[in-house]
Ligand binder design. Structure first.
Ligand code: NAD
Length: 396
C-alpha cells in the first residue's frame, strides 16, 4: 500500500480510531522506527514476533490491499475482539507503513440511549482529544488546563513555543487519568503550518474530537487611525485563521465519525461580545468576530451531516487577563494614558468604570467561558449558535 501523507493522516489513522471508538475510548499512534518497520516488512517477520506474544491483540496487513480493504479487515478484527481484549492495546502492522498502536483509554463511552444523567456524572471531556489554538496564555491557557484536569488529551497549539512547552512540562507530570498534554507550534494564518499541526496530532493521537479555535488578536483604532496592514493582521488571525483550522480539523473529524456511527465532534470558536454588537473604534476586531459568526453558522449547516457541531462562545471582557491587565501595555494602562475614561486617575478607577458597565458588575472569568464550552459540547441538540457569556451585558 502506497499512501500519501494526506491519505495517512486525514483518512487511514482517523478511520482506525473511529472503528475502535465504537466500543471504547482510544487513541491511536503510528510507530515507524527500525524495529517496528522490520516486523511490518514481511508476514514471516510478523509471525515470528507473534509467536512469542500470542496473547496480544495484533493483526498483519500486507501492501496489496487498498485503504478500503484494510479498513474492512480492521472492522472484522475489531468486532471479533472480546470485551476483555478491547481493554488491551491492539497492534496493527501494515506493510510499508509500520506499526499502528491502538491504546484504549479509561473512560466509559455513553450509550446513545442511556437514561438522562446530570452532566457531573459523566465527564464530557474525559479521554477526548482537544486542540486549543492560542493555548499558551490567556483564555486558551485556562481552557487547556481545565480540559486537561477533566481528563482530556490536550494539544496546545500556539506561536509561543517557550510558554507552550513550559505549560506542557508543568501539567504533563501531574496527570492522573492517563491523559497527555502536548505542545505544537502553529501560526493559524498559515495553511501549511495548520496542516502540519493536524498531521502531528493524528500521528500522536490518531484523531481529533474537539477544536477550540481561540487564537485571536486585537488592534483598536478608528477609521482615521488604524493602518490597513493592522486591519489585515486582525482579519487574518481571527477570521481566516478560524476558517483554516476548521478546514483541516473537520477533515479528520469527518473520517473519524464516518467509522464511528455514534460519534460526535465539536468545533467551538472563542468569539467575543464584539461579535454580537459593534465596538467603538474597534471595527477591525468586531468585523472579524461578526464575520466568524457567519462562518460558524455556515460550517454548522455543512458539517451537521458528519455529526460535527459548530458553535461560538462570546465572552465579555476578561479584565484579569493579560490583554487588559498587563502592567506595561494592557488596555487599562493604555486607556488611562489616553484619558479614555474621563476623571480616572489610576488603573483601579479605569477598571471600575468598565466593571460598572456590566449588569453583574465584574468581568468574565475563565470558568464562565468553560461552562459555556462544556454546554456546547454536552448539548447534542444544538449547533450554529453564538452563546453570550457577558454577565448580562449583551442580551440576544
Ligand atoms: N481578553 C478578552 O477580554 C477577550 C474577550 C472576549 C473574547 N476574547 C477572545 O478570546 C481569545 C483569546 O484571547 P486572550 O485575551 O486570551 O488573548 P491573549 O493575547 O492573552 O492570548 C492569545 C494567544 O494566541 C496566540 N496567537 C496569536 N496569534 C496567533 C497565531 N497567528 N497563531 C497561533 N497562535 C497565535 C498568542 O501567542 C497567545 O498565546 C481571542 O480570540 C479573543 O478575541 C478575549
Amino acid at each position: 500500500m502506497h499512501l500519501s501523507s494526506d491519505n495517512l493522516y486525514f483518512e487511514l489513522l482517523p478511520a482506525i480510531r473511529g472503528i475502535f471508538l465504537q466500543s471504547t475510548s482510544v487513541t491511536v499512534n503510528l510507530t515507524a522506527n527500525e524495529s517496528s518497520n522490520n516486523i511490518a516488512k514481511t508476514k514471516n517477520a510478523y509471525n515470528k514476533w507473534k509467536e512469542k506474544r500470542s496473547t496480544l491483540n495484533s493483526i498483519y496487513l500486507d501492501n496489496s490491499l487498498s485503504v478500503s480493504q484494510v479498513l474492512a479487515e480492521l472492522k472484522v478484527f475489531e468486532s471479533q475482539l472480546t470485551p476483555e481484549q478491547k481493554k488491551l492495546p491492539s497492534f496493527i502492522f501494515i506493510q510499508n507503513i509500520g506499526l499502528i498502536n491502538v491504546l484504549p483509554g479509561t473512560a466509559n463511552i455513553k450509550e446513545e440511549n442511556d437514561d438522562f444523567s446530570i452532566p457531573t456524572v459523566k465527564k464530557p471531556l474525559e479521554q477526548k482529544i482537544v486542540l486549543v489554538t492560542g493555548g499558551a496564555q490567556g483564555f486558551g491557557e485556562g481552557i487547556a488546563i481545565r480540559a486537561f484536569k477533566e481528563g482530556a488529551h490536550v494539544i496546545i497549539a500556539d506561536l509561543n513555543e517557550e510558554v507552550g512547552n513550559k505549560l506542557v512540562n508543568k501539567y504533563n507530570i501531574e496527570r492522573e487519568m492517563g491523559n497527555r498534554m502536548m505542545y505544537f507550534y502553529v501560526d493559524v494564518t498559515n495553511e501549511e503550518s495548520i496542516k502540519t499541526l493536524m498531521e502531528n496530532i493524528v500521528d500522536n493521537f490518531g484523531g481529533l474530537d474537539i477544536l477550540i479555535s481561540n487564537a485571536g488578536v486585537l488592534r483598536a483604532g478608528g477609521l482615521d487611525e488604524l493602518e490597513t496592514s493592522e486591519f489585515d493582521f486582525v482579519t487574518d488571525v481571527n477570521y481566516k485563521g478560524f476558517y483554516l483550522c476548521t478546514k483541516y480539523a473537520s477533515l479528520i473529524m469527518k473520517t473519524q465519525n464516518q467509522f464511528n456511527s455514534s460519534g460526535y465532534s465539536d468545533i467551538i470558536q472563542v468569539n467575543s461580545k464584539s461579535g454580537l454588537q459593534g465596538s467603538q473604534k474597534n471595527f477591525a476586531y468586531a468585523g472579524s468576530k461578526f464575520g466568524s459568526i457567519g462562518l460558524v453558522q455556515s460550517f454548522a449547516l455543512e458539517l451537521v451531516e458528519s455529526r460535527i457541531k459548530v458553535n461560538a462562545v462570546c465572552p465579555g471582557n476578561y479584565f484579569d487577563g493579560p490583554l487588559w491587565s498587563d502592567p506595561n501595555n494592557g488596555l487599562f494602562v493604555q486607556y488611562l494614558k489616553a484619558g479614555k475614561v474621563k476623571g480616572a486617575k489610576n488603573i483601579d478607577e479605569v477598571k471600575r468604570f468598565y466593571e460598572s458597565k456590566v449588569p453583574m458588575k465584574r468581568g468574565v472569568g475563565i470558568d464562565d467561558v468553560m461552562m459555556a464550552i462544556i454546554y456546547a459540547i454536552d448539548q447534542r441538540y444544538e449547533t450554529g449558535q453564538a452563546i453570550p457569556v457577558t454577565g448580562g451585558q449583551i442580551m440576544k
